[in-house]
Design a protein around this ligand. Structure first.
Ligand SMILES: [Fe+2]
Length: 314
């Protein structure tokens, strides 16, 4: 199966601070994937919110939610890192950050689902003297009202699967990107009920595929184990007999699109940009908007107009 850019590719920047409260389309393309025709579906993928109380960032989250709602998406997917530094912090420390994030979560209208990010684990390896949590994913499940950090659902003829890509390993690395054996078994079972031609959308925090290190460090640079899913080929192999149309991924805070073998991989930038310091590697604070229509994927990265207020020394 081959893929091609079929219609347009453009880059357009619109102002900055003067556009507070507006959205700006930054890059986009229409992409023919070769899948079967199915009903259309508008999707917003926002990731790496890094909610916290400082630097008026709750205001940014309200702006982001309003901008997402203006897109009137059928489905909204959060890509994880919804809060800041849960992994190394105790539950009491991050409770106010969850409160801030949940304000955004409740403001978003539509069918909303979220993958878990490394920052969303609470008390995994505490560095603030608190006792490690027995179940660092419990707060995420409780706050978001889900029974598992990986699950599937159907919308508009598409089969969506959210995966948990974070594996706690401790030490210097702290965690690695990995899809557990249990999850792989769940994927097999879940796919058994999915028709071979039904388009599938996967979403997870840590990328399966990225060109980030080739673009930022050089063509031969390898990605660290805590920046990509280390067993990506095993995971992708589970979909060999299926129509994996789109993979949504976060973690790297850049907007990126890769097409390989009929599957489109989108890294969805970051609501927090460079961790609330502005743009990161050319990607400003924003989110991805995709329209899935039969064999086409229309993709855009949209800035919601935040002007960073994090002090340089913070
Ligand atoms: Fe992040």
């Amino acid at each position: 199966m081959t893929a091609r850019i079929s219609r347009r590719q453009f880059l357009r920047y619109l102002g900055s601070g003067a556009l507070t409260g507006t959205t700006a389309l930054l890059a986009g393309c229409s992409w023919a994937t070769g899948s079967r025709r199915t009903p259309g579906l508008k999707l917003v993928f926002y990731t790496d919110v890094h909610a916290r109380e400082e630097w008026e960032t709750p205001e940014a989250l309200a702006m982001a939610a309003a901008a997402i709602n203006r897109e009137q998406p059928d489905v909204v997917i959060g890509g994880g890192d919804l809060i800041t530094d849960g992994f190394q912090s105790g539950a009491e420390t991050v409770a106010p950050r969850w409160d801030v994030y949940m304000g955004m979560h409740r403001a978003i209208r539509g069918d909303l689902h979220s993958a878990i990010g490394n920052h969303d684990l609470v008390g995994a390896v505490p560095e603030d003297g608190s006792v490690p949590e027995a179940d660092p994913r419990a707060e995420f499940r409780k706050r978001l009202g889900v029974s598992s950090t990986y699950y599937s659902f159907d919308a508009g003829g598409y089969h969506f699967m959210l995966l948990d890509s974070v594996d706690i390993v401790g030490g210097k690395l702290k965690y690695r990107g990995h899809i557990s054996t249990a999850q792989q078994e769940w994927i097999r079972q879940d796919l058994a009920a999915v028709p071979a031609n039904q388009p599938i959308v996967l979403a997870m925090h840590i990328p399966l595929v990225t060109g980030f290190y080739q673009m930022t460090e050089g063509a031969t640079a390898a990605a660290p184990a805590n920046r990509v899913v280390t067993n990506n080929r095993d995971v992708l192999g589970l979909f060999d007999a299926h129509n994996l149309q789109l993979v949504l991924q976060g973690h790297l805070h850049v907007s990126e699109l890769i097409c390989w073998g009929g599957t489109t991989f989108v890294t969805g930038g970051a609501v927090s940009g460079k961790w609330w310091r502005g743009s990161w590697q050319g990607t400003p604070e924003g989110f991805a908007v995709l329209t899935l229509r039969g064999e086409r994927i229309d993709w855009e990265y949209v800035s919601y107009g935040w002007k960073a207020r994090r002090p340089a020394n913070a």
